[in-house]
Design a protein around this ligand. Structure first.
Ligand code: DX5
Ligand code: ZN
Length: 235
């Protein structure tokens, strides 16, 4: 497999970002309007979260390589690509080529997570492992040393605008404890059901990255909303 050159757009300073950090998820945005919004969003956030869904791993379909590539030409933000797809390993190289800086795959979709992490690292990208609702924290434990990021779903993967489920907060606590006790570097990210209210609980539970979709993009002015959220949470 050829080594993919680092994206010329990504800033090496963006990993790790300033922590904790809110990362806007474009799932709830008007994609055609993003080119207009990106300059103001990148004033407020270092990363952009990109949800790829295939209608197979999750019962929803979003976008793929061409959209990521097009966005890549318009911003220097760090692209945090969240793959909710079956057989993710088959597509890592193409997501790296399209401009993803971190590639996160679901543990439930991968038969050999350690090999998958190494494959992403070989491509020169940061590797994330995601835990869907049904997977306990301990599923991720054997991979925390190699992974750069562990993404905990606050509600079942596939849709924006859901409610954070309490058991997933406990999952975050368990991961934080494991990472800290073993002095590991993996960042803890949470996705689904994150808003001004739930963010406080999640920060207290030990998350580093708060992925927010509808909380940011349902606002009239997403960048101003992001600023307001950060101020409210003292980030
Ligand atoms: C859903 C996606 C999320 C989504 C979260 O499975 O992975 O990134 O944008 O949406 P909210 O923040 O509205 O729950
Ligand atoms: Zn996501």
């Amino acid at each position: 497999m050829p080594q993919i050159a680092p994206s010329i757009f990504s800033s090496p300073k963006s990993f790790p970002p300033a922590l904790p950090q809110i990362v806007p998820s474009i799932l709830s945005s008007d994609i055609c309007d993003l080119a207009r919004l990106l300059p103001s969003l990148e004033q407020e956030a270092e990363w952009l979260h990109l949800d790829v869904m295939d209608g197979c791993f999750v019962p929803n379909i979003t976008f793929g390589f061409p959209i990521i590539k097009s966005l890549r030409g318009k911003t220097k933000m760090f692209f945090d690509t969240h793959l909710m797809i079956a057989k993710p390993e088959q597509y890592f190289e193409r997501f790296a080529e399209a401009g993803s800086d971190a590639i996160t795959f679901h543990m439930e979709a991968s038969e050999k997570p350690l090999e998958a992490i190494k494959q992403i690292h070989f491509l020169g990208r940061k590797a994330g492992i995601a835990l869907n609702d049904e997977s306990p924290a301990k599923v991720a434990f054997p991979f925390l040393e190699e992974a750069d990021l562990v993404l905990v779903m606050g509600a079942p993967a596939g849709f924006g605008g859901q409610t954070l489920q309490a058991e997933n907060v406990e999952k975050i606590r368990a991961l934080r404890k494991k990472i800290d006790s073993e002095k590991l570097q993996a960042l803890v990210s949470v996705d689904c059901g994150v808003n001004q209210e739930t963010a406080k609980t999640l920060l207290e539970a030990g998350v580093d990255i708060l992925v927010m979709g509808s909380a940011v993009f349902k606002a009239e002015n997403p960048a101003e909303e992001l600023k307001r959220l950060k101020e409210g949470l003292r980030l």
